[in-house]
Design a protein around this ligand. Sequence first.
Ligand code: SER
Length: 620
Amino acid sequence: MKQKSNQILMLLQAWLIDILKNIMFSSELRKKFLIFFAQRNHTIVASSSLLPNDATVLFTTAGMQQFKDYYVDKVSPFGPRVASIQKCFRTSDIEEVGDNRHLTFLEMLGNFSFGDYFKKEAISWAFEFLTKELRLPLSRIWITVFKGEKGIPEDKESRQIWLSLGIPEERIRVSGFEDNFWGPTGKEGPCGPTTEIHIDLRGKACEKGKDCQPNCSCERFIEVWNLVFNEYYKNEKGEFTLLNKKGVDTGMGLERLAMVVQNKNSVFETDIFHSLIEKVRSSAKNQENLERNSRIVVDHLRGIAFIAAEDILPSNVGQGYILRRLIRRVLRYLNLLNLSREIVLVLFKEISRFYSSYYPEISQKEAQVIEVFEKEASRFEKNLQKGLIHFNKLISEKRVISGREAFRLYDTFGFPLEMTLELAKEKGIKVEVADFYKAFKEHQTISRAGAHRKFGGVGIDQIKNEEERIKATKLHSATHLLQAALRAILGNQIRQEGSDITPERLRFDFNYPRPLTKEELATVENLVNEKIKEDLEVKREEMTYEEAINSGALAFFKEKYPPKVSVYSMGNFKTKPPLIFSKEICAGPHVQRTSEIGKFKILKQESLGTGLRRLKATVF
Ligand code: SER
């Protein structure tokens, strides 16, 4: 009790000091940003989901993702100037978390132009916003611009604009593709040179002297705003062509901006994280690596809340695997801090309170998030202890962990490969990663033999009676339409979790956190029937697994795919571009046109435990 009131007092004190110093809270930064761009004729667009409509990426990683097509051929329904605050998740940064600036989940402030304004306005407004609205001193601002590389010319124009705004020559540095070229997100798309705004946190060079510049490893600088000038389109083969209309895409991390404006030493000291991190720090019973370990816990819990609120469940693939990795990492770091799991509930509640007015889904789904966490945690916690004992035994015997042993840690104890790698790195031990994948594949081949029988192809081919075989084929095609209809109505997070077809009925299992209402069931059923009536063509193509995924085909998890897969699309191929309703990697067989299916009817809905639902349906 005493500890709690001390903690409240400390927070209150920190908050009062911030108020007295006239510190801008993150809520004010959000407001200022949106108003600034609204005043410059930008339409304010809400954040899109963390799950993008783009099969080539797992999560939304940038503000421009929901606007990607408007840089190319589609006309923006919001007009040519847009601003937003976008929920983003960057899997590439999971292992970077722990320093003073990296995060997995973050909010990105961005302004965008689709064929409207270009470099001059984008740069001048960014400058005005930082120096006038937020009153950041000019002396702390450093700039980087694209130096020209691989046939793409140097960005002299941006340099000139910065000079004209008063940034001295020596604070404008150049870099190549690595730091000053952005995109595309996924395999293809709009991209272009960037100019970045970095803030000098120390005002003093490290031992590198003049070479101490933005991106220096001494962490004197922090990048806050990235202005991308989309002038090119990069295709799947990696070739660049000039875009017809030029665009602007800017991104500024809210948390980093808060760190700079509030004069803090890390994003975790800002009003966004402060009370969370304080709670972890003050309850931790083991102080070793306290700072880093607490940062990882609070960053990951926030990420977990946002991912689980999108109805993702922990699994061994895709977004579900990332969720699983985050939860298992949190447990490991709580363990290192010698903290029990109870604190997680307090932290989740605080996270939902903090975000309730910006992302109401977080508080609406608080119970679901907690349940997802608790279930996964209960499953893993015991294994974590046993697995750590096993791991320590392994490394007491030798300095290398073989692929097979890493696979055993994964398969028996639930250690994601990344966790084994991290543990091994801490102890200076090597892991034979290539062999891990070999063991993984061998295992998949064995389980596939069992799984495959249930899905389409093999099962249907084994039905001897011709009439029954035709019926099962129709049900199989109806299953594809059903999955597409569920995704169209309930959202793209819907994934096939299982399927079984007999000549009488289809059975389809998928992830969804609650029972479908009567209306939802009727809408799904109607949509399938509509697509049957439209007499869509069913087309089969062969391609590599990668090509299939890149073209947006759905794949069923847990499968091991041969080098060439067949992809079934159902749609209208006469229009340009074709209007495809369903596209899946599948062994077939299928009908040739959807009208052959007949009439589709949902028979029954069942629950398979939290988050999983089953539909049974038939055709006649
Ligand atoms: N797309 C760029 C980024 O994410 C700018 O918004 O950094």
